[in-house]
Design a protein around this ligand. Structure first.
Ligand code: HPA
Ligand code: ZN
Length: 331
């Protein structure tokens, strides 16, 4: 099964590029940039990754990314990830990026976007890996700041596929970002938002109604609201589910208790994703394998889930056709 899951052409729709920063690169960049980290070794970094909830993860996620300072750092971060993902059979990556977290540290938007852009072009050339870019707004910061970011990103609008909404969910409902998402829509950008990870089903409704999202990131708490499940099923709204993330952030106590099987049973359109692979114990292949161990799914189920991701991805029709062909040939 591992061999099949590895060969399966996988598209990753829910990934935070800053969450791909492995302890080895974190320490190397800390050295290169003279940044102090409260860790003496990679093992100490890993030992600190014992999270209670989303916030306890976010604290270390923002601390970890403090080593990213230059265009070259962002290039190295993304290239390091593309290579690892490629080795796991990932053929397309849609990366969230959190510019506000970098601007707040005095890093320019140019360094972030040019560095990531260079890596994306290299991955396309050298690894035949396509990618998309989702500029995320930090929902625990004011909506005004998100609007300023979107406007200041004008030189990069062409390179963006969508805007997203991430960071601390509880107490920060989607409704506060209606105006900036409307502006993104006017600019021709697609919209996605994290909702229903720790927050209630009402946040998923708000993301649909007020942000006009085409996908909901996580969305696992939708099951608490049967009418919402029916709406998501009927509309075919894609939920980008992240099993190992949900486990490590204690959204579920054990993977066996994860609502994925019920969500499938309910007819929802789901994809499997890694979220922050450096922090949650593995990339796409590990997430697929963990689901196989927990739920015993067949090859057909995994092929369906991988197909959902290719169908929902921000990519050209030509690329989609090519990847569907490769998926169908994978038995
Ligand atoms: N949820 C919200 N914000 C995030 C996450 C997540 O899982 N990962 C990185 N930022
Ligand atoms: Zn996420």
């Amino acid at each position: 099964m591992r061999d099949f899951l590895k060969r399966l052409p996988k598209a990753e729709l829910h990934l935070h590029i800053e969450g791909t920063l492995e302890p080895e690169l974190m320490m190397a960049l800390a050295d290169r940039n003279g940044v102090n980290l409260p860790y003496a070794s990679e093992d100490e970094v890993r030992a600190a990754y014992d999270f209670e909830d989303l916030q306890s993860f976010l604290d270390l996620y923002f601390q970890g990314m403090s080593v990213l300072r230059t265009e070259r750092d962002f290039h190295d971060l993304a290239m390091d990830y593309f290579q690892r993902a490629h080795a796991e059979g990932v053929v397309h990556v849609e990366m969230h990026v959190d510019p506000q977290a970098h601007l707040a540290r005095g890093v320019s938007l140019q360094a972030v976007m040019e560095g990531l852009g260079q890596a994306r072009r290299r991955a396309e050339r050298e690894l035949d890996m396509s990618s998309a870019m989702i500029m995320a707004f930090l929902r625990d910061k004011p909506a005004d700041e998100a609007m300023q970011l979107l406007e200041s990103a004008a030189p990069y609008w062409e390179t963006l596929d969508a805007v997203g909404l991430d960071s601390a969910e509880l107490g920060h409902p989607p409704s506060g970002f209606a105006e900036v998402f409307q502006r993104a829509r006017d600019l021709g950008l697609s919209r996605v938002a994290h909702a229903g990870e720790e927050g209630p089903p009402a946040y998923i409704r708000e993301a649909l109604d007020m942000l006009d999202v085409c996908r909901v990131d996580h969305g696992v708490r939708c099951l608490e609201d049967p009418a919402l499940v029916e709406r998501l099923r009927e509309q075919g709204t894609v939920l980008t589910v992240c099993p190992l993330s949900n486990l490590r952030l204690k959204v579920v106590d054990r993977l066996d208790d994860h609502p994925l099987p019920q969500m499938l049973e309910a007819g929802l359109t789901l994809t499997l994703n890694s979220d922050d692979p450096a922090y949650f114990g593995g990339g796409m292949l590990e997430n697929f394998e963990a689901c196989h161990r927990a739920f015993g799914w067949s090859r057909d189920t995994f092929r369906d889930l991988a197909r959902n991701a290719i169908d929902a991805a921000f990519m050209s029709d030509a690329r989609r056709g090519e990847l569907v062909g490769r998926l169908e040939a994978c038995t």
